[in-house]
Design a binder for this molecule. Structure first.
Ligand SMILES: Cc1cc2nc3c(=O)[nH]c(=O)nc-3n(C[C@H](O)[C@H](O)[C@H](O)COP(=O)(O)O)c2cc1C
Length: 205
């Protein structure tokens, strides 16, 4: 079993956990020396204990981020600020498999080694404690090891969607249509195996 997670001061994490029904976040991760980040909205609070926040983060199998979380066992949820619209294009429309997406984005390194993106509304830096396969995606159960609310104005997908330039919106519609087909073809193919803890990255911690 891992060491217990440190207590989190509720006001640090509380504003981030409120209203998780439609967050807009960059989920960043590290596996060894490799870092990456993607956009995600499928994120929910999963703990009633205020000083031990947990989340469920749903990541699609086809994403590079998925493979890095599965091998590294860590991720950070960076909630987007109102002026971070470009990150939707940079991190949500392209894959880290096709090139380093973070080489032109400023970040610091969190407790878990995950990138913490500069200028975010705040972050929750997490390690994976379990996972459930959904066929097309994995629902990672993660516990928060560090949290910080930076402030600003949280960007939601509802607000961001109409602000997207036309060619981004067209590209998104094309991408999501293809991904729906992939999900339809794979979502019944569920692997019931439990998360094999700890991944190499967390040995001895
Ligand atoms: C608004 C928006 C919301 C998204 N939500 C999710 C999500 O909740 N889970 C997920 O796995 N992918 C989600 N994506 C898709 C990934 O961000 C996208 O496929 C990304 O290119 C994957 O990058 P990667 O291959 O480098 O991991 C979303 C994308 C956008 C633009």
């Amino acid at each position: 079993m891992p060491n217990p997670a440190p207590d989190i001061i509720p006001p640090d994490a509380g504003p981030l956990l409120a209203g998780l029904s439609a967050p807009l976040a960059a989920v960043s991760t590290r596996s060894g020396e490799v870092v990456n980040a993607q956009i995600a909205v499928a994120i929910t609070a999963a703990s009633i204990v205020l000083h031990r926040p947990r989340l469920i983060v749903q990541i699609y199998h086809t994403n590079y981020t998925h493979d890095l979380i599965a091998t590294g066992g860590v991720l950070a949820v960076n909630f987007l600020n109102h002026d971070q619209l470009p990150l939707i294009w940079q991190l949500g429309m392209r894959s880290g498999r096709d090139g380093d997406k973070l080489n032109e984005i400023a970040y610091s390194v969190g407790t878990t080694g995950s990138p913490l993106l500069e200028g975010s509304y705040g972050y929750l830096d997490c390690r994976v404690v379990n996972a459930m396969d959904g066929g097309d995606m994995t629902a990672f159960l993660v516990e928060v090891l560090a949290a910080q609310t930076n402030g600003g104005q949280r960007l939601t997908w509802r607000e961001a969607r109409p602000r997207l330039p036309r060619h981004w919106a067209d590209e998104w519609d094309r991408k999501i249509a293809g991904e729906m087909n992939v999900s339809l073809a794979t979502m019944a193919d569920i692997d019931p195996a439990a998360w094999a803890y700890p991944p190499a990255a967390w040995d001895g911690q």
